[in-house]
Design a protein around this ligand. Structure first.
Ligand code: ASP
Ligand code: MG
Length: 462
């Protein structure tokens, strides 16, 4: 079971978490717990770490340490009053370490990816011992472990590292015996390289930690506890009658998370899928709601389209030129230029005339992408690069679209009826996702039209 930042935001929240764990513990379930940092703490750490190399003095450090101290000590007092003398000094020691490394960053005027990951891991380091103590306070024996101690070894790709294949073996070795007589409380979001250097798994990485741990211990189920009732058919800020989907397939959730829906860390489905472990997304604040169940093949719902995502902060890049026709290596030149500058490409489309390649990227990457592609125009590899910020991307997702003729027709007929102009279309060969691009001002309406067309606000016959 993984509990996110909102679920552990303060002592009353933690009391709810412990209620949930206690109930399962009493039923005789073996439990492993993964926790993230308290809500907002990772953001605070990112802010200070990135600011320090440029600040003229180190005066921001003390107030941050003080606010983390107040928050965590208050949480500890509320969640595990009998453990103040035991856990208080642990928190103090970690704050001292954090204080020292932040000063080092300022003195060196340098934040390496490695030191950044180490600093970011402190949100989880400060919180996990409090959860452990809160369990003990209720008479549930617990062992607190950092990601590395729990067996999460990763690639050295700081900030976005990926679990190595031998995690399964390591996690089983580290946790197998522990599980029999206590509840391990594992710091999410972090792991380490094979040589023990701390890494982080990317934002929202504790979902991924939970899945890695679940796969390692061959869990029956992996539960992601969050602050909403489950994964929704669309963003409720855009679609007011968006609904929680009772069941989704691994593939659908992957498509949703790759395509920007803030449902789960994008790599977190993979370990569960590999071991075919059922994943549940549930609300800590409404635990009796069944939530969303994620499985290999969903049975209860036979609708073809299950969910829609809407991404506003994107830009399109259209690369044109008759000289691109029939010339091998143009795509390579484009994509390696972008990859060298770490521009992430979200959508690609090339017509069979080959005279045009269109890309969708995160809007924040646009200036860098422009710089990266300029040399291709100079060298005559392409004629022109045209950018457009006034676009929004929509992804239509459902495993039921695989091999089902007519869904594309329905999507574009519905949009056409509403007079919405589609600027770009892309469908991967997995067929579980049809994505398209419209003018930004048409985005919310496009989502609305399709949400209605596929009746996503109505429960299916289950
Ligand atoms: N604390 C980390 C973050 O805020 C990881 C997580 O919340 O899952 O991104
Ligand atoms: Mg989080």
């Amino acid at each position: 079971m993984k509990f996110g930042g909102t679920s552990v935001a303060d002592a009353p929240c933690i009391a709810r978490v412990v209620d949930i764990l206690e109930q399962h513990h009493k039923q005789g379930d073996e439990l492993a717990v993964v926790v993230s940092a308290q809500r907002g703490v990772t953001d605070q750490l990112i802010e200070i770490a990135t600011k320090l190399p440029e600040s003229k003095d180190a005066s921001a450090i003390e107030p941050l340490i003080q606010s983390l101290r107040t928050r965590h000590m208050t949480t500890l007092k509320g969640a595990a009053p009998d453990y103040i003398n035991e856990v208080g000094p642990i928190i103090e020691e970690r704050l001292r370490d954090l204080h020292n490394i932040l000063h080092a960053v300022h003195n060196l005027r340098e934040l390496t990816p490695r030191s950044k990951d180490y600093i970011l891991s402190y949100g989880e380091r400060l919180l996990a011992p409090i959860i452990g103590a809160a369990l003990e306070e209720r008479g549930i024996p617990s062992v607190v472990l950092d990601g590395c101690e729990a067996g999460i070894v990763t690639t050295p790709q700081h900030g976005e590292s990926t679990a190595l294949p031998d995690c399964d073996e390591r996690v089983r070795r580290r946790l197998g015996a522990v599980l029999k007589n206590s509840v391990p409380v594992i710091m999410g979001f972090m792991g380490c390289t094979t040589t023990g250097i701390v890494t982080t798994l990317g934002r929202s990485g504790s979902d991924y930690s939970a899945s890695i741990i679940g796969a390692g211990i061959d869990a029956n189920e992996i539960w992601i506890w969050t602050d909403v009732d489950g994964i929704m058919t669309s963003d409720p800020r855009v679609i007011n009658d968006a609904r929680v989907m009772p069941e989704l397939s691994y593939l659908e959730v992957m498509e949703l998370s790759f395509f920007g829906a803030k449902v789960m860390h994008p790599r977190s489905i993979e370990p569960a899928m590999r071991k075919n472990i059922l994943v549940r997304v549930k609300n800590t604040f409404n635990p009796s709601h069944p939530g969303t169940t994620i499985v290999r093949n969903q049975k209860r719902d036979d609708r073809v389209v299950k969910a829609l995502t809407y991404i506003e902060r994107v830009a399109s890049v259209n690369i044109n030129g008759a000289q691109m026709i029939g010339r091998p290596g143009v795509a390579r030149a484009i994509f390696s230029a972008l990859a060298d500058r770490e521009v992430n490409v979200m959508m690609i489309s090339q017509g069979s005339s080959e005279a045009n390649i269109s890309l969708i990227i995160d809007e924040s990457h646009l200036p860098v992408a422009t710089e990266a592609l300029a040399p291709l125009v100079k060298q005559g590899i392409v004629r022109e690069v045209i950018e457009n910020r006034n676009v929004a991307a929509v992804a239509v997702i459902g495993s039921g679209m695989v091999g089902a003729p007519g869904t594309g027709g329905r999507i574009f007929t519905a949009l056409g009826r509403e007079g919405i102009n589609v600027m770009m279309i892309s469908q991967g060969s997995c067929e579980a996702n049809i994505s398209f691009v419209v003018r930004q001002e048409d985005g919310p309406r496009a989502v609305r039209v399709l949400h209605d067309e596929f009746r996503l606000s109505e429960a299916s016959d289950e």
